[in-house]
Each structure stands twice: as C-alpha cells, then as structure tokens.
Write a protein that binds this ligand. Structure first.
Ligand code: NAP
Length: 395
C-alpha cells in the first residue's frame, strides 16, 4: 500500500459516495493509506443505504447523510451503536457540504449536487468537481463563489482534468483552443434509423468507461459531451469557438490544449476514473495509483473522427447555449434531465431527447441571467416544466 503524500491526516468529504465516482474515490483513498491517512468529515448517498452505512463504518466518517428523508430511520438503524451522526434530506446534504474539510469530492449526479457543493465552497474547501452540473447550470456564479471561498477547483471529469494538467498557467493567453475527446459511445457507428430504436439498456453499455447510469446514457447521446463543452467554457474561460470535440474511440487521449505556436499538449492514460480522482486528491503532488500503465506497442493505433452532429445534435445545442449565455446552460441541463428520465422509462425515443431540449431552450431563450442560486433553480424548474409539458403533448 502506498502512503499518502501528506504528512498529517487530510480531511476528505464525499458527496455521492455510493455512486461510481464516490466508490472510485474511496478505492483511491484506501490505496493511499485509508484511515491512517484520511479523516472523513461527511459522506452522502441517497437510496443505497446498505452501502452508505458500510462506507461510513469503513472510513469512520463523522456524519452520514441520505438525500432521501424517508430513509432516515433505515440509515439510523444501520449505523446504530457506531457513534456516527446521521442526517437526511436537502438541509442535511447542505450541512454535509458545510462540515469543515480540506477537500470535498462533489460526486452527486445532477443539480442536486449544487447546493451542498456551494456550502463546501463557502467554507473554503478545495473542490474536486465531478458534478459537472454545478458549472453547466450555475456557471459564473459558481466560479465567483470559488474565487470568494478561496479554495482550489480541481476538475475530476477526465477531459477537464486532462486539460487542467496540460494547461500552462502562465501561457493561458497563448491558448488557441481546447480539444475535448469523446469515445463516441456505443452508437458511434449506428445510422440514425438504428439509433431511433435503441433501448436504455444498450445506451447504458459504455464501450470504455464504467460509470453511473445517467452519465452512461448521456455519453451515448453525447449530451455528456455537450455538458462538458459548457463546463470547459466556464472552467478555462474559453470562448465557444475555442472549444472543439473530436471522437477518439480508444479514450486514451483524455483531452488536449492547442497553443498559438501550433503545439498541441495532450494528457494520456488508461480509461480509469481513478486517474483524475487520484490527481485531484494528491494535487499538487502526484501519488502512486493502482491504474493500468499504457503499453504503446500494444495500443498500436489511436483513431480520430469529426463528430457527426446530425446524429448527435446535443453538441450543436451546447454551442447554442454557450452563444446565448445567461441561464441557457441550466435550461439545457434541466430539459435534458426530463428527457433522459422519459427515455429511461420507455416514454421517449433516444433521438427525441434532443428535440425536447432544443424546443425547451428556444421557449426559455428570454435573456435571463443568474444573480443568485435561486435564479439557477428557477431556470432549472422552468426548463423541467416546459420539457414535461412538451412530453405530455407528444403522448
Ligand atoms: N462516473 C463517472 O465515471 C463520471 C465521470 C465524470 C464525471 N462524472 C459526473 O459525476 C457525477 C456523479 O456521477 P456518477 O456516475 O458517480 O453517478 P452515480 O453512479 O449515479 O452516483 C450518484 C450519486 O449521487 C447520489 N444521488 C443520486 N440522486 C441524488 C439526489 N437527488 N440527491 C443527492 N444525491 C443523489 C447517489 O446515491 P445512491 O446511489 O445511494 O442512490 C450516488 O451516491 C455526475 O455529475 C457525472 O456527470 C462521473
């Protein structure tokens, strides 16, 4: 077992510890020394109480929270006699974020992650950001909160983590473009007719990455890449025309930065989220991580294709949202969540998800901007309402 590069125990709270990002985070922490190296002020989950309780015991977490108020008693009895404090519901989630910590892993899926992450930002914690919805929906507001909180923002999305690693801070003025790689997902080579008939089960089967259900389906539709484009715009202060997407089926190059002298710097690695998570945990050092080493002779070839925006209209929608600015990112995300739920529940075809999002964005293209977190929630709510009414009309 490697030891943590820090000399004293570091405090790491994990929002969404029962999810894919959360479990990978705990795996990395175990590898880097476990309880001898880390204290865990708070962990949160939602429906998977058994796992949440097991994780709380394993890490010696001080505070365990389920987002679902109806599961409070279940969590309380699962942790009876341990001395671990238990909470449930939205205000307990925010309290989990607000508990003093050195680093917070933001691994909740969806906009539910925004308020508890902002609570951690406000207390000055460094933020390892997997929850892209924070930046997609709250954009400048979230960045401003980071600036006033004083903590570091460390991207965990593998593409943004790659860019963070190769972006030369003193040469930001010389950055021409950033190039986000996309695996193309399971339907990369499907025709539109084939895509029209796919099921949630096939959409969730990502060829390279093992991830949660929603992000896997978002990868298949490239809505995940669309969110990442908006996330990149805010994280790295890029104009929309500086953000490119290239399909790279092997997912070995995690993303690239192009400079004004024609150089392109890339970060490479095996497709394993523990890279980006371990990088964020160890930052600014590099820790020994239990990930596969690249064997270039065996890899032999790396391929690249321009994405087909007729089959993957989500990319164009991201560009529209960035050009329109204001709260269109929140609207895109809120409408996408409703369309995605409908697809998962068999109420909407795969290709129709983009139609619902596009129409919702047009209907709510009213120039509104975010002055407060409430404005972000209002845009999210309105987008969900409009998207839901479009769905009812299409029944
Ligand atoms: N997975 C990846 O490899 C990956 C890569 C890059 C970025 N991301 C981003 O990281 C975030 C998490 O993704 P994931 O794949 O780890 O998702 P996931 O596997 O679905 O896990 C989501 C976590 O959030 C909890 N949760 C679900 N709904 C919630 C709600 N309404 N309120 C509070 N907590 C809730 C879940 O609890 P229960 O499971 O207990 O119900 C679980 O702990 C997403 O924003 C995703 O885009 C993920």
């Amino acid at each position: 077992m490697n030891s943590c590069p820090e000399t004293s125990k570091r405090r790491i709270s994990i929002l969404g510890s029962t999810g894919s990002i959360g479990c990978n985070t705990l795996d990395v922490m175990t590898h880097l020394g476990g309880r001898e190296a880390f204290d865990v002020p708070a962990i949160t989950g939602m429906g998977n109480i058994e796992l949440l309780a097991a994780q709380a015991r394993q890490t010696g977490a001080k505070f365990a929270v389920t987002a679902d108020p109806a599961r409070y008693d279940d969590l309380k009895s699962a942790l009876a006699g341990t001395g671990i404090e238990v909470g449930a519901g939205p205000s307990a989630l925010i309290e989990a974020g607000a508990r003093e910590t050195d680093l917070l892993m933001a691994g909740i899926v969806g906009i539910a992650g925004l308020a508890p992450t902002l609570a951690a930002v406000a207390q000055g914690a460094d933020i390892a950001l997997a929850n892209k919805e924070c930046l997609v929906s709250a954009g400048d507001l979230f960045q401003d909160a980071i600036d006033s909180g004083g903590g570091k923002l460390l991207p965990v999305d593998s593409e943004h983590n790659a860019i963070f690693q190769v972006l030369e801070q003193d040469q930001r003025h010389a950055v021409d473009r950033i190039i986000l790689t996309a695996s193309g997902g399971p339907f990369r080579d499907f025709t539109r007719d084939q895509m029209a008939a796919v099921t949630p089960e096939t959409a969730a089967a990502h060829p390279n990455w093992s991830m949660g259900l929603k992000i896997s389906i978002d990868s298949a539709s490239m809505f995940n890449k669309a969110l990442e484009m908006i996330e990149a715009r805010h994280l790295f202060g890029m104009r929309p025309d500086q953000i490119e997407v290239i399909v790279h089926p092997q997912s070995i190059i995690h993303s690239m930065v192009g400079y004004s002298d024609g150089s392109v710097l890339a970060q490479l690695g095996a497709p394993d989220m523990r890279h980006a998570i371990g990088y964020a945990i160890a930052h600014p050092r590099r820790a020994g991580l239990p990930v596969e080493r690249l064997d270039f002779a065996r890899l032999a070839k790396l391929e690249f294709y321009a994405p087909d925006e007729a089959r993957f209209p989500a990319l164009g929608l991201a560009r529209t949202a960035m050009q329109r600015g204001g709260l269109q990112g929140a609207v895109l995300n809120g409408a996408k969540e409703i369309a995605l739920e409908a697809f998962i529940n068999g109420k909407l075809g795969f290709l129709q998800m983009a139609d619902i999002v596009a129409t919702t964005m047009d209907k709510l293209d009213d120039g509104r901007v975010a002055h407060s977190i409430e404005d972000v929630y209002a845009a999210d709510r309105d987008a969900r309402d409009v998207a839901a009414s479009l769905l009812r009309q299409s029944d």
